[in-house]
Design a protein around this ligand. Sequence first.
Ligand SMILES: Nc1ncnc2c1ncn2[C@@H]1O[C@H](COP(=O)(O)OP(=O)(O)OP(=O)(O)O)[C@@H](O)[C@H]1O
Length: 402
Amino acid sequence: MPVVGIYNPVCGDQTAKSFFEEHVLPLCKETQVSVSGVLGTERINHVGELVLEFLEKTPIDEVLTVILGCGDGTLHEMINYLSSTEIRGRAGVPPEIHLVIIPCGTANALYSSLFPPAPESSSSTEYRLRSLRSYIVGQESHLVPLTLAITTLSSPPNAKLARPKAVASTVVVSTSLHASILYDSERLRAEMPGIERFKVAAQQNSTKWYNSSAKILPVASLGVVQLYDPDSKEFVSHPDSDEDDPFVDVYGPFAYFVATVNVDRLEPAFRITPLAKDIIPSEATCDLVVVRPFSDPTVSMDTPESRAAFAAKLWDILKGAYENGDHINLRYDEEGNLTTAGDGPFAVEYIRCGGWEWIPDDIDDDAHRICFDGAIYTIEKGGRAVCVAATPQVHAGFMVHA
Ligand SMILES: Nc1ncnc2c1ncn2[C@@H]1O[C@H](COP(=O)(O)OP(=O)(O)OP(=O)(O)O)[C@@H](O)[C@H]1O
């Protein structure tokens, strides 16, 4: 079965090329893994073109293994390019691609979810070679299929000419604060190559609220939306969802709205959806973390003062994600303080679902921003985004050595 190497020389701290030369290729040689070609990406979207070229040379009954030195964005580009391109010589048969990931990006959310790092180990050489070691040890035995979150961006109903655009994500689809952070952090990339740029961008956006409504879609096999119950420490049926009326309407304003697939963290230590690992889903689902200011009993109006006061609470909530995902157990007491005790309203709504719709208010430009694995798109005025978790087909799609 053919094995090729592709790296993005500019992702993360720009060391992918040297890491391949000094560690990846020597290890392949030492373990008799024959790599038939190694190429660096030269521009945006090039990764998809390179994989396509290799794929078209791969016999239809063989699996292509790609050793990919990348961050989450490069993987995202590859999957979207291949999903929207006809592959010559395959007569419509979808390919199965096996990925060996070498984490070279900034956040490396997928890799650090597959291989949760011990503190301080995330940059060590041996840690970065774990997917490759897994491939070397058992070429078929540790393959994890990637669930895709397929999001369709629709134009307003009266704009008949525009075709909906579909985007596949393997890590995160988000709106609100997270999308704003990713949008602003990209502009800080040159001066801050590491994850500190996310914190700076978070500060810049901490008082924004996002006006939108959302509709949550049920988990397919259950017929209902699930909500995490911090008391029983398990998912229960969402109180607004039953088999007769499974959809849950959620109204804004929102502060935070992040859905993940395949991952429990967005950075090595930021476990925003810890239940993706702690209560493993049995089918394609999104884990959705929502924070709404009006859940706080002391917030009753959208004013600059209440936004400023709530920013400090949101910060405390998100700090819990850095404490092994403890934010999901937070509630408000009567004075609006965050606590893990009592039976006050949840500060975080942790939802497991088959998908969701996001319908931003026309007047709120920031609510139109949506993030796919770090790439930012804008929902048209009057349009919406519909995100659905998709189960990979057998012998098709993307599998990762983990
Ligand atoms: N030769 C190149 N020159 C400029 N940009 C490139 C080149 N090759 C790839 N890219 C772009 O680099 C971008 C960043 O890659 P990627 O997202 O993998 O890294 P990252 O943002 O550092 O990590 P992460 O997504 O894990 O935070 C991709 O969007 C890709 O289009």
